[in-house]
Design a protein. Structure first.
Length: 244
């Protein structure tokens, strides 16, 4: 049964239908105008190596020598350590070593007394006499015993701004890491790397072994096995700890 509507009611119904359609379009537009969090973030944004990168730069390599007020001679182990530091300065640095002795401290006289022994140990390690720079640094506390510092410049990997906490360790809806996360691990890795250039690019392959290459090629031509042999017997069995 069809119901006859007046022109006024027909107009009202059309306006309601139009408002519903327009409202739906507006809601869809609002959803599209607010991109999700995933669209703005990526896995790389949560990588602590990106937030705390290892920077390859020139930094001082230091060696502090404790000197007591009554010290007048260095023992043999200390002289050996100083000589090794001098050799390291010649290999990893530019060959110059700076010797800083305390001034105004309780052990000032002792530090000046052992300075010639420090120079002799550095020379024994391969440092040229004209590459040893003697300097002093002031100490405000006259009763303190300050160390003698040996230093040379070398290329090192460092991580800056470790221990920076711009925000407290509070949870958030994004489950993001706190700012200082991973900084200690990066610093330890940078300190353990012997050659910082290894962090930039891999080292080239060393020379091959011609004798071993000849054995492999001979076995290959004769059809023999070129892989290593794995013998069975005492000490060759797999541990059964994980099978229990």
């Amino acid at each position: 049964m069809n119901t006859l509507l007046s022109p006024t009611l027909k107009c009202v119904r059309k306006l309601r239908e139009a408002s519903v359609v327009l409202g739906t379009v507006a809601m869809l537009g609002a959803c599209q105008s607010q991109p999700s969090y995933v669209e703005h973030q990526s896995i790389a944004d949560f990588d602590y190596r990106k937030r705390h990168p290892i920077v390859i730069t020139e930094a001082p390599e230091n060696f502090d020598i404790p000197i007591a007020g009554e010290t007048r001679n260095l023992n043999g182990s200390m002289k050996t350590a100083i000589a090794a530091f001098g050799k390291q300065a010649d290999i990893d640095g530019n060959g110059f070593v700076e010797v800083l002795t305390p001034s105004g401290s309780a052990n000032e006289i002792a530090a000046k007394t052992v300075s010639p022994q420090i120079r002799a140990a550095l020379k024994k390690g391969g440092v040229a006499a004209d590459h040893i720079v003697m300097r002093s640094y002031a100490i405000s506390d006259m009763v303190a015993s300050a160390p003698v510092r040996l230093s040379f410049m070398r290329i090192k990997g460092v991580v800056r701004d470790c221990g920076n906490w711009p925000e407290a360790m509070v949870g958030d809806s994004q489950n993001a890491d706190y700012y200082n996360f991973g900084c200690a691990s990066q610093s330890n890795l940078a300190a353990m790397v012997d050659n910082p250039s290894d962090l930039l690019r891999p080292r080239p392959l060393g020379p091959g072994d011609p004798a071993r290459t000849n054995v492999i090629l001979t076995n290959n031509r004769s059809g023999a096995v070129t892989a290593g042999e794995y013998k069975t017997g005492v000490g060759a069995s797999v541990s059964t700890v994980g099978q229990n």
